[in-house]
Design a binder for this molecule. Structure first.
Ligand SMILES: NC(=O)CC[C@H](N)C(=O)O
Length: 364
């Protein structure tokens, strides 16, 4: 069945529908990963976005039981060049088509995804709507250009009540701004005792959980949309070691006096090179972000830039000069993507151990 993508600048792409026969609008972004579509479509950081995958054939290995980054996907649509409806893989449970259909997410295939990606690169991300053929295009363009950006994504995807994933080692409070399960998994693999809490939990409530460390998760939208989290982080800085990932990194920066802004088309893919400034070492990283910490704003803070993006020089990692706290804009949990940066979870646990040691020495 024919279906189309209409963009706020009036451009439209006609292709074939798959997934749910429904209409949704969202910010149209692209991801350059060649595999990992299941993790991408279930990554809560894509809440409200329509994702174009630049790799031309998607769906070959189907959808399996294990690779979800959240149980309920929050994306508003998936656009591919060609979708495979008869997947083949030993873990395959169902096709991408039937999965999206059951989850109410529209798909669009058979369009020139290279053209769409170039358009986004030139213009910046655009609002768009996946819809049927019998709509008034003019009306949709009007509606899209009059609509602002969404501001409630974190609230939509964050957990409602705290829960406990027991472990024998350090107590980590994981603040869920739209957490990818890969982060929780990375802590569980290291035997951490994890309490996952909602995004608007106060510093006082977090301290009551007696954390050894606090992990600020990834999440959707503009970091400025969650001011209560900025206050919470300010109250925790210096009291408990903090590690921020992606949105968590941006929030740590805001809480420390830096500023953030929206990139033209963001970084989304599984092969983004990042340079560690102190050593010159390059990690190939998984990324998904539309906002960035402003490099120039760091001069007014006690933050040091530890990592930078090789492609465009933007800030990819920060360290606090006074308190045990660091953060990265990329995804050490990978899922999907290379695992070059997984050592950062160990660095977090090492920071916690050092902090405990120095507190013991102070107590003597
Ligand atoms: N993956 C993330 O945490 C993304 C952070 C933020 N929503 C951004 O787009 O920049």
């Amino acid at each position: 069945m024919k279906r189309q993508l209409i963009l706020e600048d009036g451009t439209y792409f006609v292709g074939r529908g798959f997934g749910a026969d429904t209409e949704l609008k969202g910010e149209v972004v692209f991801n350059t990963g060649m595999t990992g579509y299941q993790e991408i479509l279930s990554d809560p950081s894509y809440c409200g976005q329509i994702v174009t995958l630049t790799y031309p054939l998607i769906g070959n290995y189907g959808i399996n039981r294990d690779d979800f980054e959240s149980i309920t996907p929050a994306i508003h649509g998936l656009i591919v060049r060609e979708v495979e409806r008869e997947p083949s893989h030993w873990k395959n449970e169902e096709s991408l088509h039937t999965f999206l259909q059951a989850r109410g997410i529209p798909g669009l295939e058979g369009i020139d995804t290279r053209k769409l990606t170039r358009l986004i690169r030139e213009h910046g991300t655009l609002r768009g709507r996946i819809c049927s053929m019998d709509v008034d295009r003019e009306e949709i363009v009007q509606e899209l250009s009059n609509s602002g950006w969404q501001h409630d994504q974190v609230e939509t995807v964050s957990v409602r009540d705290a829960y406990h994933a027991p472990g024998k080692e350090e107590r980590i409070v994981l603040v869920d701004f739209g957490m990818k399960h890969g982060i929780l998994q990375s802590l569980i693999e290291r035997h951490c005792d994890v309490v996952v809490v909602p995004y608007d939990t106060s510093a006082e409530e977090i301290l009551r959980l007696r954390p050894d460390g606090i992990l600020l998760s990834n999440g959707p939208g503009n970091p400025e949309d969650v001011p209560q989290a900025i206050t919470m982080i300010q109250e925790l800085l210096g009291k408990v070691p903090i590690f921020g990932i992606c949105l968590g990194h941006q929030l740590l920066a805001l809480a420390s006096g830096a500023t953030t802004s929206k990139l033209r088309f963001g970084h989304r893919g599984s092969n983004h090179p990042v340079r560690e400034i102190s050593t010159g070492k390059i990690d190939i990283t998984a990324q998904n972000h539309g906002y960035t910490v402003d490099k120039e704003s760091l001069v007014n803070t006690r933050l040091e830039m530890t990592h930078e993006a090789v492609n465009d020089g933007t800030v990819e990692g920060l360290k606090h000069l006074d308190y045990p706290a660091f953060s990265v804009q990329y995804h050490p949990e990978a899922s999907p993507g290379p695992e070059d940066a997984s050592y950062l979870f160990d660095a977090f646990l090492h920071m916690i151990a050092e902090e405990k040691k120095s507190k013991e020495i102070q107590a003597i």
